[in-house]
Design a protein around this ligand. Structure first.
Ligand code: DAK
Length: 258
């Protein structure tokens, strides 16, 4: 791959967007490669958590590649949107937990990429923003949908309409990021969170993710029914037997992820 570095370690896949010359901006090639890596990892039973980050110390992803996008026709714009929507939805719906380690600028499509992840950890130098309307477009990788769901309608509208860039502390205050760390600690903290999550029944974590993601798109009654179905499904797993038996036997559980 030209623009993606994939590393694997103890059941954790680290995906690094690697176009430092353009502050890791997403061009079509990078989106395609990201899509391929995501599809491959989604199928892997030996990978239980994914961390997405950007290369270097300045930028997570500085948005879609403006130089490439500038001369697109309407049809090409539509093709790019279809590709990106598919990649971002696939990230959101991966069976594994996905952590964004936001190590610098997360602007436009970069902020949207982080929002497609389950959890966002940011370095103290990170900057978030949706500058699209300053370019004469609107956020098109579901930023108008995911941002208000994370921070509320009023703050999302202010950020999108004003194009203000906010720092990591402000992103933390409004609930856009879960935690803020110094840059040199960020990856280690992301790995440590992934490991903490992986100590639990990983199949249950995956079902909880599905229940949250899908339930939020349903009416309340349907969401409760969906949760009840997934709750029931847990009782078909060895992890449920092990987790409850370990509690009763006053010992630590030893999950197998099945
Ligand atoms: N695209 C292409 N190149 C970029 C880039 C980007 N988004 N961001 C930075 N670069 C390049 C710069 O052009 C520069 O390249 P050279 O001139 O060295 O060749 C290099 O990265 C370093 O950038 P700067 O020299 O500008 O660095 P500074 O530290 O001065 O500034 C900055 C950093 C991040 C504040 C600045 O680079 C900046 O404002 N970048 C643009 C940020 C931005 O507006 N991002 C949002 C892009 S719009 C779609 C759906 C969604 C989208 C698109 C399509 N469809 C439905 C089809 C999404 C749109 C967006 O994300």
């Amino acid at each position: 791959m030209e623009n993606i570095i994939l590393e694997e370690e103890n059941g954790i896949a680290k995906i690094c967007i690697n176009r430092p010359k353009a502050l890791n901006a997403l061009n079509t090639q990078t989106l395609k490669e990201l899509g391929e890596v995501i599809s491959e990892i989604s199928e892997r039973k030996d990978i239980h958590a994914v961390i997405i980050t950007g290369s270097g110390q300045k930028s997570f992803v500085a948005g879609a590649d403006i130089t490439e996008m500038k001369n697109k026709t309407a049809i090409q714009g539509r093709e790019m949107a279809i590709l990106a929507q598919k990649v971002f939805s696939n990230i959101e719906n991966m069976p594994q937990v996905v952590i964004a380690a936001v190590n610098g600028y997360a602007l436009g499509g970069g902020c949207e990429l982080s929002m497609a992840c389950d959890i966002r950890l940011a370095s103290s130098n990170a900057k978030f923003g949706q500058p699209e309307v300053s370019l004469g477009i609107i956020p098109g990788f579901a930023g108008t949908q995911r941002l208000p769901r994370l921070v509320g309608k009023g703050i999302a509208k202010e950020l999108i309409f004003s194009t203000d860039k906010i720092d990591a502390q402000e992103a933390y205050r409004i609930g856009l990021v879960n935690k803020v760390y110094e840059q040199d600690e960020l990856m280690q903290q992301a790995v440590s969170l992934a490991k903490k999550i992986m100590k639990n029944g990983i199949y249950a974590v995956s079902l909880a993710k599905s229940s949250i993601n899908n339930g939020l798109n349903m009416d309340t009654e349907s969401a409760y029914a969906f949760e009840a179905d997934l709750f029931g499904l847990c009782f078909s797993t060895e992890d449920q037997t092990e987790g409850m038996t370990a509690f009763v036997e006053k010992r630590k559980s030893s999950f197998k992820g099945c």
